[in-house]
Write a protein of this length. Structure first.
Length: 327
């Protein structure tokens, strides 16, 4: 049973859940990355999903796909860059649930990884619309919605990254999973959790989850894109909307504290552009048997290492979330 349903039995009927991966995902200490205190720990989300394929987007789909089914939608319409992990995860996991996926794709610099992702997207059966820019995507939205309606039923529309208030519950669930791992002694109680942030659902969900569980863990979101507003205010707002959703579905709880800070200091020039700091971090992590990517997790690890060396983690052990799926 999901932790959320255990926490509030009122949610069992009102909040459908579809198991797509098996938790708890593994945790281990990354001793070689430490420079004195604090301890650095890893929670590895990369194997979450059927056949070990997925990462953090699958956590969101566990709540989104059954909602789309319950609303009897036939098609999911969503958005991303040409190399979107989110779009690919939605297409593949949606297909298993008889849900078709339509994607509005915005340009991003094409490298080998992006080309490979595009091939996978084409093979996934999703309908691809190359809308090029954010403004053109917005202008074309009415046409896309009409094109992907079946009869009077509109498509199930999701924001890029799956970071709707419902999708973000995937990381409330993960925060509860982390708390269970702390209680069973697998992991010390983290003072800090560091995650890459591309659309905000991971950071917002975790902060809300720790708040609801009453654990004083601070979430640091390392922003990797300039395309969305992802500052403290935006992430707090998203977490607040997820909390309202839980209340509307029957959960009762006092106003949770949200301990989070967002930083864009490690983004570099633009989304997807490598930085020397992230290249160094990727190399150091590799020596610990941890494979990171240059777009998301490398930049988050660079922030973690720099902040750790600067003595900024004063609240105890730091937990790094490897959100990356295999590539
Ligand atoms: C999408 C993605 C993220 C960002 O998570 P958000 O919830 O969108 O902020 C981080 N890492 C990887 C590998 C991703 O694909």
């Amino acid at each position: 049973m999901p932790y959320l349903h255990e926490w509030s039995p009122a949610l069992r009927e009102s909040l459908p859940h579809l198991r797509l991966g098996s938790g708890p995902t593994p945790v281990r200490r990354l001793g070689a990355l430490e420079s004195g205190s604090p301890e650095i720990w890893l929670k590895d989300e990369s194997g979450f999903g059927e056949g070990g394929w997925g990462g953090n987007k699958v956590r969101k789909l566990e709540w989104l796909l059954p909602d789309a089914k319950r609303r009897r939608r036939k098609t999911i319409l969503t958005f991303g860059g040409l190399g979107t992990n989110w779009g690919l995860a939605t297409a593949l996991y949606g297909r298993d649930q008889d849900l078709h996926t339509a994607l509005g794709l915005i340009d991003q610099p094409r490298d080998k990884h992006v080309e490979t992702q595009l091939e996978r997207l084409e093979a996934s059966g999703a309908t691809l619309h190359f809308t090029r820019t954010k403004n053109r995507t917005i202008a074309l939205a009415p046409w896309l919605i009409a094109r992907h309606s079946s009869g009077l039923r509109p498509p199930y529309i999701l924001p890029s990254g799956g970071s709707s208030p419902l999708g973000s519950l995937g990381y409330v669930e993960t925060a509860f999973e982390i708390v269970a791992q702390v209680r069973s002694g697998e992991l010390p109680e983290p003072g800090h959790v560091v995650v890459p942030t591309g659309s905000g659902g991971t950071a917002a969900g975790l902060a809300l989850g720790f708040g609801l569980a009453g654990i004083p863990t601070r979430v640091t979101g390392v922003i990797v894109t300039e395309h969305l507003k992802l500052d403290d205010h935006a992430i707090r707002r998203l977490a607040g909307k997820s909390a309202s959703l839980l209340r509307r579905r029957g959960a009762e709880f006092p106003e949770p504290p949200l301990d989070l800070e967002m930083t864009s200091d490690w983004m570099g020039e633009t989304y997807g552009a490598p930085t020397p700091e992230s290249e160094r971090a990727i190399e150091r992590a590799r020596a610990e048997g941890l494979e990171l990517d240059p777009v998301y997790t490398g930049k988050a690890m660079a922030a973690l290492l720099d902040k750790s060396e600067a003595g900024e983690f004063t609240a105890g052990p730091v937990l790094f979330l490897n959100t990356n799926g295999p590539r």
